[in-house]
Design a protein around this ligand. Sequence first.
Ligand SMILES: Cc1cc2nc3c(=O)[nH]c(=O)nc-3n(C[C@H](O)[C@H](O)[C@H](O)COP(=O)(O)O)c2cc1C
Length: 418
Amino acid sequence: MTAPGVTSLRQNRNVNIVVGVTGGIAAYKSVHLVRLLTKAGHDVTVVPTEDALRFVGLPTWEAISRHPVTTSVHDDVAKVRHVAIGQAAELVIVAPATANTIASMTAGLASDLLGTTLLATLAPVVIAPAMHTEMWRHPATQANIATLRARGVHVVGPDEGELAGGDTGPGRMSEPEEIVAAALAVAALQDLAGLRVAISAGGTREPIDPVRFLGNRSSGRQGVALAAEAAARGAEVVLVAAHIDPAVRAAATHPSIRVLDVGTAAELSTAMKDAAATADVVIMAAAVADYRPAVASDHKLTKEEGVLTRIDLVENEDVVAALAVTRADGHAPDGQTIVAFAAETLRDAEQRRERARRKRERKGVDLLAVNLADAEHGFERAENAVEVIGVDGAVVATSSGTKRQVAGAIWNSVLAAR
Ligand SMILES: Cc1cc2nc3c(=O)[nH]c(=O)nc-3n(C[C@H](O)[C@H](O)[C@H](O)COP(=O)(O)O)c2cc1C
């Protein structure tokens, strides 16, 4: 559900691409990969590792890319080459990606030009692993791959088939055509590049006393997925995180995502107002408590005191409505888009929509994503199902699946609304 025209438009332009080549037999296949890219008109800089040159020599890479090639950070120092290549890249492909290079990337090592390029770039990174099945299946490699995926690295393959030593199994590098298609699709989806985005996620906790709070069951998964999707598509993201489990927030590990931790609704409000002041898109995915205890005790309340049988509540600020007022007053970037979320337990779809329409109007936001919070969907679940209501009350998008898939559909609606 990409915004109409966006993908085809971007795929037709020439992309500045870095191809990292590392020391595996499949390096010979990357000669074809580079040729596919240059023939399609893309500008390719090849950055091999020292070991890669044992498989395919430097003159070959220079001839097919028509650019000078080096492995070292010490060449051409005047042009600060070790960061310049990464900064200028719009897409980085590492093919083949050896077990060694995958481990180096995970650790963030900068021991050669490819390492510094990968650390300096904000461009999407696509890797095509190639190695023996045992190396691929090793828990160390699998853990490294999981970490890289969580950071937003796209992994193509490996395929199953005959390997260099004659044995068969998963580990064979995907075919160059497949890698190129996947990588260009990733580059095409940089449709949020240049957008500054503020997203709230998680659930606030309102203290009753130092050990108790009023909270909710929001895990923060949907907000984290929105942040990860936005960063992967090129946006600069501030993620205001309320009590998100480290395992969940790991998915928001990306150089373009800045995480601000908050606890209460008041803290979340302050952080979001700050972030929204310079944001092109604001998404309130956090479950913010409507009420807080009128008094938070400074000591743990005891049964003997008898006060826990009754807690007086006062209303919290409606943060998203306040952000919409700030925008209406002209204190937000021009054309700011505001998206609110509503979790509904109403099973009747039309009733749910009607309530969502009223809520969108009341809050003064552009889009309202309404999700069904039941046993299979919504809070604490990996899956979600949403309908997005637009300014005229129409359902502008419907999406169900993983929260990342739903995040993709919501971003498409934001683009269409802008
Ligand atoms: C003939 C040969 C083939 C190799 N093929 C692979 C491979 O497909 N995948 C891999 O991870 N390592 C492979 N290796 C091991 C790597 O070359 C070695 O780990 C090297 O340190 C990788 O360095 P690099 O990641 O900096 O390029 C191979 C080694 C040799 C001698």
